[in-house]
Design a binder for this molecule. Structure first.
Ligand code: ADP
Length: 378
């Protein structure tokens, strides 16, 4: 019997582990939130990832448990670990991707460059931070945010009144995170993979372009990232993976400031949208790499196979019909484009697929990727 990896969460990240798993002869089992999700191509069980018995029963049939998202509660993860289940990344690392306040505190201990920040529990505390930082700041709910939800730029503490009210109603108490409003020129992402036994490899730093809080495009490697910048991003990624004991893929989202410093925005401990380019643009794609890492197998080379790779997300999808109905046009006009679809129903703003193009002329690669992706949106 072959090796079995259990993925908690049935989204597109779990789905995209399936193809490399087939190639490696690894069996993927998925614990999905509901029927018919992206990863339903693999053997799927539907259940609540917050329920220990459900996750325990799922874990019984697999050799390693890993994740499509970061929301499995700490007590569930710790109970599994105590019972001898291999969980990668483990709860001690994952907590820093689950809670942005914990992350900021731990990164400060590790000496990582990050925006000025504070933990605030009252309007007065928030206002005093804002007063010290030019009157503005970014308030974040420490948990449960994604794609810019749970992030708010404010010019006065009262603009976060509703979040403080929600905190007051929360029996667990809690706090908000406030950060200085960083004056950044662009956003970058550094990915690394780390095995439980310690081997660690870095991908080239990439540029991520966000629209409306959602990742729209990625250029790999990041243009104009000179040796110093790329080396600094890699140093940060490796130090965080080692310092937090991450196993599997880690993505470190970074701001490049107007004075050319790098600051850590946030962490993801799983394959990440900023790494989709690697499926077609690197010797080892991030989904294969994640499987190798969580299985403690030797890691693959991360080098790009062409000078440039560009990933463009298909956001929303066609207003009518399916993505498949648009294949023929896109494929005829852009044979160099690699099309990846997630099996999700089109809906405004939803990530339903992406396109990767690789090549040696960045302008042409960007053009082909955008043009191919545009066939799938109205
Ligand atoms: P999410 O967890 O929803 O992805 P992030 O913390 O990554 O939230 O923030 C979403 C976006 O908000 C970032 O990609 C960036 O564009 C902007 N942002 C977040 N923090 C700051 C900050 N301190 N200064 C300036 N912009 C920020």
């Amino acid at each position: 019997m072959g090796v079995r990896v259990g993925v908690v969460g049935g989204g597109q990240l779990a789905r995209m582990m399936i193809a490399p798993a087939v190639e490696l002869g690894v069996e993927i089992r998925v614990l999905a939130e509901q029927d018919g999700m992206s990863a339903a191509l693999a053997a799927t069980r539907v259940g609540d990832y917050r329920d220990l018995d459900t996750v325990r029963a799922f874990a019984r049939d697999v050799d390693v448990v890993t994740f499509d998202h970061e929301h499995v509660p700490q007590d569930v993860l710790r109970a599994l670990e105590a019972e001898g289940v291999q969980v990668h990344p483990g709860p001690d690392a994952l907590r820093f991707a689950q809670d942005k306040l914990d992350m900021r505190a731990r990164l400060a201990e590790l000496g990582m460059p990050q925006p000025d920040w504070a933990r605030v529990t009252t309007l007065d505390e928030l206002q005093s931070f804002l007063d010290d930082h030019g009157g503005r700041g970014v308030v974040k709910t420490p948990r449960g945010g994604y794609d810019g939800k749970g992030v708010r730029v404010v010019g006065a503490a009262t603009e976060a009144q509703d979040w403080f009210t929600a905190l007051a109603e929360d029996a667990n108490g809690g706090a908000l995170l406030v950060e200085e409003l960083v004056d950044f020129t662009r956003e970058l992402a550094q990915q690394v993979a780390r095995r439980p036994s310690g081997q660690i490899v870095a991908y080239p730093v990439v540029e991520t372009v966000q629209r409306g809080g959602v990742c729209a495009e990625v250029i790999a490697p990041a243009p104009r990232a000179d040796g110093r910048l790329a080396a600094e991003a890699e140093r940060i990624g490796l130090a965080i993976a080692d310092g937090l004991g991450v196993t599997g893929m880690l993505a470190v989202e970074l701001f490049e400031t107007t004075d050319e410093r790098l600051l850590v925005n946030e962490l993801a401990m799983r394959p990440h949208n900023s790494g989709h380019w690697s499926q077609d643009g690197a010797v080892t794609g991030q989904f294969e790499q994640h499987l190798r890492a969580v299985l403690d197998l030797p890691l693959g080379e991360t080098a790009p196979v062409q000078p440039w790779a560009v990933m463009v997300n298909i956001l929303g999808g066609p207003a009518q019909g399916s993505l498949a109905e648009r294949f023929a046009d896109a494929m005829t006009r852009h044979p160099s484009a690699k099309i990846h679809t997630y099996g999700k129903a089109p809906r405004p703003g939803r990530k339903v697929g992406h396109v990767n193009v690789i090549g040696d002329d960045l302008d042409d690669v960007v053009y082909q990727a955008r043009a191919a992706a545009s066939h799938f949106v109205d």
